[in-house]
Design a protein. Structure first.
Length: 83
């Protein structure tokens, strides 16, 4: 089995453990008023960071997107600046 040699752990330097933070914290509803938390999932431009990077599960990513949307409506967070 020569292939076994190459089947070591994949090396992806920037990828940490991918765990959904909201799942680990057992968060059901993401508070849209909690901009500190929401801000962690946004880029400098106010874009949502994709879940493949944050490690969020689909469920929570959707909740997060909703929370961000709401937050923008009440002007806690800026809208995405397109350039
Ligand atoms: Zn989750």
């Amino acid at each position: 089995m020569r292939e076994e040699k190459f089947k070591r752990k994949p090396r992806r330097s920037y990828v940490k453990k991918k765990v959904c933070l909201f799942c680990t914290e057992k968060v059901k509803d993401i508070d849209y008023k909690d901009i500190n938390k929401l801000g962690r999932y946004l880029t400098e431009k106010g874009r949502m960071i994709p879940k493949r990077i944050t490690g969020n599960c689909a469920k929570h990513q959707r909740r997060l997107a909703l929370a961000v949307k709401r937050s923008r409506i009440i002007a806690l967070l800026p809208f995405v600046k397109e350039d």
